[in-house]
Design a protein. Structure first.
Length: 87
């Protein structure tokens, strides 16, 4: 199981949202391989599948807020959709 990076510090700091995306990205991409395209579309809209919701809770357990983890996963989902549409 891949380890998620913790935030650089507690509380807000510049680009914390980017740090959260980077922390969950590798695990997200592995999980995305087993998801249906509709699951990715739904996640981009903020409706996470149970497996992606579990990832958000894992991120929360290492110091990210649940909200910022869910937003990071939604943004990574949108990025994946954008990449898929440009192929």
């Amino acid at each position: 199981m891949l380890v998620l990076n913790k935030p650089r510090q507690s509380g807000g700091y510049p680009d914390r949202d980017i740090g959260c995306q980077e922390a969950v990205e590798e695990v997200f991409l592995e999980l995305a391989k087993g998801l249906k395209p509709d699951d990715i579309v739904n996640a981009a809209g903020g409706n996470l599948t149970p497996v992606l919701a579990d990832l958000a809770r894992r991120a929360e357990s290492v110091g990210w807020t649940l909200e910022e983890a869910e937003v990071a996963i939604a943004e990574l989902s949108q990025n994946l959709l954008d990449d898929m549409s440009s192929m």
